[in-house]
Write a protein that binds this ligand. Sequence first.
Ligand code: HEC
Length: 476
Amino acid sequence: MPAHNLRARFALTVASLALALAACAGTDPGDPGPKEGTAASALAVTFHRDVEPILQRRCQACHTPGGIAPFSLLTYADAKPMHEVMVEKTQARIMPPWGAHDSDDCKMERPFVDDMRLTDDELRTIEAWSRDGAPEGDPKDAPPPAAPRAAGVTDPSFTVQPEVGFPMSGTEDRLRCFVLDPKLAATSYVSELEVVPEQKGVVHHVLVFSDPSGESRKLADATGQYDCFGGARVQGGTLVAGWVPGAEPMRLPEGVGTPLDAGALLVMQVHYHAAGGAASPPDRTALRVKLTSSPPRLHAYTQLLGNFRGTLGDSGLMPGPNDASKAEFLVPPNVKDHTETMRVVMPPKLNGVPVTNLRLLASGAHMHYVGVKETITIERAAAAPGQPAKECLLSVPRWDFDWQRSYRYALDVDALPTVNAGDRLDVRCTYDNTMGNPKLGRALRESGVSSPQPVVLGEATLDEMCLGTFTFVYAP
Ligand code: HEC
């Protein structure tokens, strides 16, 4: 195990111990606890009765034989040897891989679709089970087998897949773009999109962009592929959907669709994970896409906001703590809590769409390896019922480059957060440019660099970004 892992493990063990102590101290002083020789066995936390239902709900989507996680958590025999590291990773909220958590300065108020967060009770149950030596309990207490996972897009309007697969190999991650042609004769509207990875062991995440002008063809080689770290590099397109391991297919609410122009291409950006240098068979990840049968009442599109190099009026890059004279995106070496703020005072129109009662369906964060935390907040020019003057839209307090996703609100369109012209949207990013930041340390070492460098805005692995992804729903 690499040394940084060991250190993290030690720190986390101490943290979970502190938590356990806090939990004991917090018990009701009036509660005498289990009486000797009576209900002790009934009260003991067991795998089948208490832990297995949690694993079914929150872990087995990935931790199943053949799943994307490196080991299964399906049976007692699978879970028992992992109990300590399960406590460690769940207490640290590294597992399940869900980044949206409240932070001191950003508390989210609306529910999310597919929320994987463990409740405090679930966390305590896993912790208590491990502390008691991870007992199996009575198999009769086991929950019924988990319902099969929701089917994907069962009746797609079209399926597209690269003709030539990409054989992932080597020790460095790759970002590869595939140009796919859905051969649309007329403007169409995507209502569902499922990404079907073929080589699940190496496909780490996928982003799907539209390319209305067909520009991606010029970037691609004869097999319709190109390397694309940082982005697909197509202008005028939008992000149609994204996928991370364990994610459900994208499904827009009833009456909502993402327009694709006649003749538009789709660019599929796949992040391939270096599986310890082992070569994988060629991957041909496919997209199964369902179109609406008639033009939808509402349109959805995804907009990236942030990554500004300067300030324009009230919007743009805000002055930061380490700036010399003017606002500048620069994360100095060996600085741990550096912040940059990207501000957008919403204009009357964005990408040709009037900013009048735009509804925010989903949002996501994006930085590279120096980034450690991102929050997205809105200050509304005019508050309204259900639309507070100030709101935390997304808080990702432990940013992880390897687990990027979009967080979609589990609300009817009418109850989604509104965005109007004059509202102030702040994307605030925090960076840790020290060797103590494990992701950065690894990325630097892989590039043969031995100490932190000044970091600027850019596309390269060791540059940084401060972006929010916003999926808006609007009446066309
Ligand atoms: C969305 C898929 C997904 C879900 C859901 C998920 N995991 Fe994982 N888990 C992974 C992957 C993939 C890894 C490998 C490390 C990585 O890529 O981050 C992993 C790694 C781990 C590890 C780390 C092993 C090590 O030695 O570092 C533990 C422990 C773990 N998961 C426990 C859990 C538990 C407990 C749950 C549920 C409460 C859970 N995971 C839910 C995908 C998932």
